[in-house]
Design a protein around this ligand. Sequence first.
Ligand code: SLL
Length: 156
Amino acid sequence: SKRLKAQKISRHFLIGNTAVQLPHPSFPDPPEGHSKGWKVYVRPLPNGPDLSSWLKKVQFKLHHTYADASRTIEAPGPFEISETGYGEFGVEIRLYFPPESGEKAQYREHYLVLGYYGSEEQQERQRKENFIVAERVETIEFNEPTQDFFKNLTNE
Ligand code: SLL
Protein backbone atom coordinates (compact mmCIF):
# COMPACT_ATOMS: atom_id res chain seq x y z
CA SER A 1 0.00 0.00 0.00
CA LYS A 2 0.87 3.68 -0.23
CA ARG A 3 3.66 5.10 1.97
CA LEU A 4 2.89 7.88 4.40
CA LYS A 5 5.49 10.48 3.53
CA ALA A 6 5.45 12.59 6.66
CA GLN A 7 5.33 9.69 9.14
CA LYS A 8 7.96 8.04 11.21
CA ILE A 9 7.16 5.46 13.83
CA SER A 10 9.51 3.88 16.32
CA ARG A 11 9.26 0.93 18.67
CA HIS A 12 11.36 -0.09 21.66
CA PHE A 13 12.15 -3.62 22.72
CA LEU A 14 14.78 -5.69 24.49
CA ILE A 15 17.58 -7.80 23.07
CA GLY A 16 19.60 -9.85 25.49
CA ASN A 17 20.40 -13.08 27.23
CA THR A 18 20.05 -14.81 30.56
CA ALA A 19 22.49 -17.46 31.75
CA VAL A 20 22.94 -19.95 34.56
CA GLN A 21 25.77 -22.17 35.66
CA LEU A 22 25.08 -25.90 35.14
CA PRO A 23 23.87 -28.14 36.63
CA HIS A 24 20.49 -26.44 36.79
CA PRO A 25 16.93 -27.86 36.78
CA SER A 26 15.93 -25.77 33.74
CA PHE A 27 18.57 -27.52 31.63
CA PRO A 28 18.41 -31.25 32.39
CA ASP A 29 20.95 -33.63 30.82
CA PRO A 30 23.29 -31.14 29.12
CA PRO A 31 25.85 -32.51 26.65
CA GLU A 32 29.28 -33.37 28.02
CA GLY A 33 31.42 -30.27 28.60
CA HIS A 34 28.53 -27.80 28.60
CA SER A 35 28.89 -25.63 31.70
CA LYS A 36 26.24 -22.96 31.01
CA GLY A 37 22.56 -22.81 30.20
CA TRP A 38 21.33 -19.68 28.45
CA LYS A 39 18.52 -17.98 26.57
CA VAL A 40 18.92 -15.32 23.93
CA TYR A 41 15.82 -13.26 23.12
CA VAL A 42 13.99 -10.40 21.52
CA ARG A 43 11.30 -9.34 23.99
CA PRO A 44 8.81 -6.56 24.73
CA LEU A 45 9.79 -4.03 27.38
CA PRO A 46 8.52 -4.96 30.87
CA ASN A 47 4.72 -4.44 30.75
CA GLY A 48 5.08 -3.35 27.14
CA PRO A 49 2.84 -4.50 24.29
CA ASP A 50 3.42 -7.71 22.39
CA LEU A 51 5.84 -7.33 19.47
CA SER A 52 3.77 -9.25 16.97
CA SER A 53 1.97 -6.19 15.57
CA TRP A 54 5.24 -5.35 13.77
CA LEU A 55 7.56 -8.35 14.14
CA LYS A 56 6.87 -11.28 11.82
CA LYS A 57 9.80 -13.54 12.65
CA VAL A 58 13.26 -13.55 14.14
CA GLN A 59 16.22 -15.53 12.92
CA PHE A 60 18.96 -16.26 15.46
CA LYS A 61 22.26 -17.44 14.07
CA LEU A 62 24.37 -19.23 16.66
CA HIS A 63 28.04 -20.17 16.65
CA HIS A 64 28.88 -22.76 13.96
CA THR A 65 29.68 -25.34 16.66
CA TYR A 66 25.92 -25.73 17.16
CA ALA A 67 23.95 -28.21 15.11
CA ASP A 68 21.25 -26.24 13.25
CA ALA A 69 22.98 -22.96 14.00
CA SER A 70 20.22 -21.03 12.25
CA ARG A 71 17.02 -20.93 14.34
CA THR A 72 13.87 -19.13 13.28
CA ILE A 73 10.94 -18.16 15.49
CA GLU A 74 7.69 -16.98 13.92
CA ALA A 75 5.25 -14.52 15.49
CA PRO A 76 3.73 -14.45 18.02
CA GLY A 77 6.88 -15.90 19.57
CA PRO A 78 8.19 -15.94 22.26
CA PHE A 79 11.19 -14.89 20.18
CA GLU A 80 13.81 -16.78 22.15
CA ILE A 81 16.26 -19.66 21.97
CA SER A 82 17.22 -21.80 24.92
CA GLU A 83 20.56 -23.62 24.74
CA THR A 84 23.50 -24.96 26.67
CA GLY A 85 27.17 -24.50 25.88
CA TYR A 86 30.65 -23.71 27.09
CA GLY A 87 31.60 -20.41 25.49
CA GLU A 88 30.51 -16.91 24.55
CA PHE A 89 30.00 -15.71 20.99
CA GLY A 90 28.08 -13.14 19.00
CA VAL A 91 24.54 -14.16 18.08
CA GLU A 92 23.42 -12.73 14.73
CA ILE A 93 19.82 -11.61 14.92
CA ARG A 94 17.64 -10.80 11.94
CA LEU A 95 14.30 -9.13 12.45
CA TYR A 96 11.65 -9.67 9.77
CA PHE A 97 8.57 -7.53 9.33
CA PRO A 98 5.10 -8.29 7.95
CA PRO A 99 4.76 -8.35 4.15
CA GLU A 100 2.41 -5.35 4.10
CA SER A 101 5.19 -3.26 5.67
CA GLY A 102 7.43 -3.44 2.61
CA GLU A 103 10.34 -3.25 5.10
CA LYS A 104 13.61 -5.10 4.61
CA ALA A 105 14.91 -7.30 7.40
CA GLN A 106 17.08 -5.56 9.99
CA TYR A 107 20.22 -6.88 11.54
CA ARG A 108 21.31 -6.79 15.17
CA GLU A 109 24.01 -8.60 17.10
CA HIS A 110 24.03 -9.73 20.70
CA TYR A 111 27.25 -10.94 22.25
CA LEU A 112 26.30 -13.61 24.81
CA VAL A 113 27.32 -12.82 28.37
CA LEU A 114 27.82 -16.06 30.31
CA GLY A 115 30.15 -14.84 33.08
CA TYR A 116 29.52 -12.63 36.09
CA TYR A 117 29.96 -8.94 35.30
CA GLY A 118 29.61 -5.47 36.81
CA SER A 119 30.48 -4.30 40.32
CA GLU A 120 31.58 -6.64 43.14
CA GLU A 121 28.06 -6.45 44.57
CA GLN A 122 26.45 -7.24 41.25
CA GLN A 123 28.73 -10.20 40.68
CA GLU A 124 28.11 -11.46 44.19
CA ARG A 125 24.38 -11.38 43.58
CA GLN A 126 24.70 -13.10 40.21
CA ARG A 127 26.73 -15.84 41.88
CA LYS A 128 24.31 -16.25 44.80
CA GLU A 129 21.26 -16.35 42.53
CA ASN A 130 23.03 -18.31 39.82
CA PHE A 131 21.45 -15.98 37.30
CA ILE A 132 22.85 -13.45 34.84
CA VAL A 133 20.85 -11.02 32.72
CA ALA A 134 22.56 -8.99 30.02
CA GLU A 135 20.08 -7.02 27.96
CA ARG A 136 19.63 -3.64 26.38
CA VAL A 137 16.81 -1.54 25.00
CA GLU A 138 16.79 -1.40 21.23
CA THR A 139 14.92 0.98 18.99
CA ILE A 140 13.58 0.38 15.57
CA GLU A 141 12.40 3.16 13.28
CA PHE A 142 10.00 2.81 10.42
CA ASN A 143 10.31 5.75 8.09
CA GLU A 144 7.42 6.53 5.77
CA PRO A 145 5.52 3.37 6.74
CA THR A 146 2.94 1.96 4.39
CA GLN A 147 -0.64 2.81 5.22
CA ASP A 148 -1.48 -0.80 6.10
CA PHE A 149 1.55 -1.23 8.33
CA PHE A 150 0.90 2.10 10.02
CA LYS A 151 -2.65 0.99 10.78
CA ASN A 152 -1.44 -2.24 12.39
CA LEU A 153 1.23 -0.42 14.37
CA THR A 154 -1.15 2.16 15.75
CA ASN A 155 -3.96 -0.31 16.55
CA GLU A 156 -1.76 -2.44 18.79
C1 SLL B 1 34.95 -19.69 22.89
N1 SLL B 1 34.98 -18.25 20.94
O1 SLL B 1 35.79 -20.56 22.63
C2 SLL B 1 34.18 -19.07 21.75
C3 SLL B 1 33.46 -20.13 21.01
C4 SLL B 1 31.64 -21.77 21.11
C5 SLL B 1 30.32 -22.02 21.71
C6 SLL B 1 32.30 -20.58 21.76
C7 SLL B 1 28.74 -25.45 22.28
C8 SLL B 1 28.40 -25.96 20.97
C9 SLL B 1 27.94 -27.36 21.02
C10 SLL B 1 29.23 -24.03 22.44
O2 SLL B 1 29.12 -23.53 23.53
N2 SLL B 1 29.82 -23.33 21.43
O3 SLL B 1 28.62 -28.21 21.60
O4 SLL B 1 26.86 -27.63 20.49
O5 SLL B 1 34.74 -19.29 24.01
